[in-house]
Structures are given as structure tokens and as C-alpha cells.
Design a binder for this molecule. Structure first.
Ligand code: MN
Length: 238
């Protein structure tokens, strides 16, 4: 280690865009805490009538090449397959009716979670960052422009580990749909081009180990394939 000027500039994370040479530059990563009834029930941690809440992951937690090292500081590393909204225009305090105007496209993403740390945080009333917002915790697939995929509001969301189906639902089961999520989030933050919104996961979450291959599929989007690599004590950003 040798810190001296000039301090190197770290490149902005970006995602490929289906059918385009340009990349989608990622600004912020927002996540919805609870958005499918069966997942709230399996977690047993919330009143089913609670409104959803939002949390963030650091932008450089994004993984665009499907390679996720098993993280330090957990013995219960879990997947959550989610529809990801890619924001392409600024939006502040928008209604659900006008919310979709700011959407550039959609992708398949995994909200990777240190479940043991998240449960401890919940039990002790502490912030969730240690369980949610760590290096390599946001693998995401290519962004499909709305012109390519429309606004997926129906269809299957599924995740398999080593070929075994673990999660399966339909997008219609979201408690809060995409326009409602954008509307609510835009009252808390000014959404900007480059923002990603992970829209919550259904039931069936579970742990993975190094060597596992995760495949997430949502409606007609290209599947997201993620390989869990051996523990990397000092993750190197690519
Ligand atoms: Mn999630």
C-alpha cells in the first residue's frame, strides 16, 4: 500500500445495454425492502400491512460480469432475485400515473444479502448496511430499453441454483407495482438518470456457497447468470 498524489480516479460502474454499444452509467442503487407477501411471511419480521421502505447499496457494489466472490463477515450469504428498474430521466415527487416516463429500461438483478448480519441488525434495531450494502452485493444483468421490452408488469420471476428452482412468482404479486414504487421513492429522493431500483424479492430466498451458479429469469428479459467464487478477503474491483 502506498498512498500518494495523484489519488487514482475510480471508474463509474456501468451496465451493458441490450442491442447498443453505449453503456448505462450507474449513479445510485436503491432497493425496496418488502414487496411480496410470501417473502414477508418467510422472514417473519414485519407486519404485512407495513408500507415498503427503501435502502441503498453503494454504487460500486454493482457487479456486471456475473462474478461474485463469497463475502467476508458472513456465514449465511443469500440471493434475492429482483426486477430492476433503470431510471433514465430526473423525477421528483411524481405521481404513479406519470412515473413510467422516467424509466429507461429494465434488468434482472440479485440483492445479495448477509442474512445473519441483517437479522442481527433487525433484532437490535441497528442500520442494515452491514447486511445489505457491501462489496459485490449488487449483481445486475444487461439493461433492456423500454423500446425493447416494454414495461414488464406480468410474467414469471424465477431463480435457480445449480439447476434447482428456488424462487418462483409472477410480477403481478408485487405489493407495490413499479409506478407506485417510483412515485413513493421520488418523494424521498430526486431520482436521476443512472439510478437503479431493485423492486423486492418473493419467497424462496436461501444461502449459497462458493461454486454455486445462480440463474435469474424475469418475463422476457435476458437471464442473469452469477457464479459464486471462493472467499475473497480483499475484493478487487474490476
Ligand atoms: Mn431485496
Amino acid at each position: 500500500m502506498n498512498a500518494s498524489l495523484p489519488v487514482p480516479v475510480v471508474a463509474q460502474p456501468a451496465l451493458p445495454i441490450v442491442g447498443r454499444e453505449e453503456k448505462f452509467p450507474v449513479r445510485r442503487i436503491y432497493c425496496v425492502g418488502r414487496n411480496y407477501l410470501e417473502h414477508i411471511r418467510e422472514m417473519k419480521e414485519a407486519d404485512e400491512r407495513d408500507p415498503p421502505f427503501f435502502f441503498q447499496k453503494p454504487t460500486d457494489a454493482l457487479v456486471s460480469d456475473g462474478q461474485v466472490p463469497y463475502p467476508v463477515f458472513t456465514e449465511d450469504f443469500q440471493y434475492e432475485c429482483e426486477l430492476v428498474v433503470a431510471v433514465g430521466a430526473a423525477a421528483s415527487d411524481v405521481s404513479a400515473d406519470e412515473a413510467l416516463e422516467c424509466v429507461f429500461g429494465y434488468a434482472v438483478g440479485f440483492d445479495m444479502t448477509r442474512r445473519d448480519r441483517q437479522r442481527e441488525s433487525f433484532k437490535r434495531g441497528l442500520p442494515w448496511e452491514v447486511g445489505k450494502s457491501f462489496d459485490h452485493s449488487s449483481p445486475c444483468g444487461a439493461v433492456h430499453p423500454v423500446a425493447v421490452c416494454g414495461h414488464p408488469a406480468t410474467g414469471t420471476l424465477a431463480l435457480a441454483v445449480n439447476g434447482q428452482r428456488r424462487q418462483q412468482t409472477v410480477l403481478e404479486k408485487m405489493i407495490w407495482n413499479v409506478p407506485e414504487i417510483i412515485s413513493q421513492l421520488s418523494r424521498q429522493y430526486r431520482l436521476m438518470p443512472g439510478d437503479l431500483i431493485y423492486t423486492g424479492t418473493p419467497d424462496g430466498v436461501g444461502a449459497v456457497v462458493p461454486g454455486d451458479r445462480l440463474v435469474g429469469t424475469i418475463a422476457a428479459l435476458e437471464p442473469l447468470v452469477v457464479d459464486i467464487l471462493p472467499v475473497s478477503p480483499h475484493p478487487v474491483h474490476r
